[in-house]
Write a protein that binds this ligand. Structure first.
Ligand SMILES: Cc1cc2nc3c(=O)[nH]c(=O)nc-3n(C[C@H](O)[C@H](O)[C@H](O)COP(=O)(O)O)c2cc1C
Length: 178
């Protein structure tokens, strides 16, 4: 099996983190992987806020404890906040498609790249979609109309991870070869 397939099979959401902080160099490598993600018209409709300040990370953790979920992330030492930016498409494409038509897909690919890059560096991640957007806007001093995509918790897993069986639809239900 290729390294990539092994990595993809090994990655799973981590919801128990140790108190060990994540090295800044590793966080930079993770963002570099996101930067290399393909996007529609190479529009790269993303920005990333990496929070690793020991005073701010617990405040981000509070914003994800929202609607009674996500209590697992209280001690996470770093978060990557994935922001949606306006995409500038090629003029011919922009005349027929809304600027953000591909943006969510592009951002999803970048977010997945973050998780795989982290996994390759021995880190655990969890993508977080439930969080208090107004509170986070205020905390990070972002413009009021800033669009958020997702947050990724990044940290060292509490214990050596064992590969969990993947709960996924069977291959034959999702693919058709013709
Ligand atoms: C868009 C999106 C939003 C998610 N939001 C949350 C979340 O708020 N809290 C959480 O614990 N997991 C969240 N997850 C993680 C999913 O529950 C998880 O990826 C899925 O169950 C598959 O499990 P695996 O990541 O371990 O393979 C989210 C994942 C995605 C892709």
């Amino acid at each position: 099996m290729s390294d990539f397939l092994e990595l993809a099979a090994k990655r799973s959401s981590c919801r128990k983190y140790s108190d060990r902080p994540v090295e800044r160099e590793k966080l930079v490598k993770i963002i570099e992987a996101a930067r290399l993600t393909p996007s529609g018209c190479n529009s790269q409709p993303w920005k990333f806020v990496v929070v690793d300040d020991p005073k701010i990370a617990p405040e981000v953790a509070k914003t994800v404890q929202h609607f009674g979920v996500n209590e697992y992330f209280a001690n996470v030492k770093s978060f990557v906040i994935v922001l949606e930016e306006r995409a500038v498409l090629m003029p011919k494409i922009a005349s027929v498609l809304d600027s953000q038509y591909w943006a969510k897909g592009d951002l999803g690919a970048a977010t997945y790249a973050i998780t795989l890059a982290a996994e390759s560096l021995g880190l655990g991640t969890c993508i977080i979609g439930v969080f208090d957007r107004p509170k986070l806007t205020q905390l990070l001093d972002l413009p009021k109309d800033q669009r958020f995509f997702l947050i990724v918790a990044v940290g060292y897993p509490e214990t050596e991870k064992e590969a969990r069986p993947k709960l996924r639809k069977p291959l034959e239900d999702i693919v058709r070869f013709v």
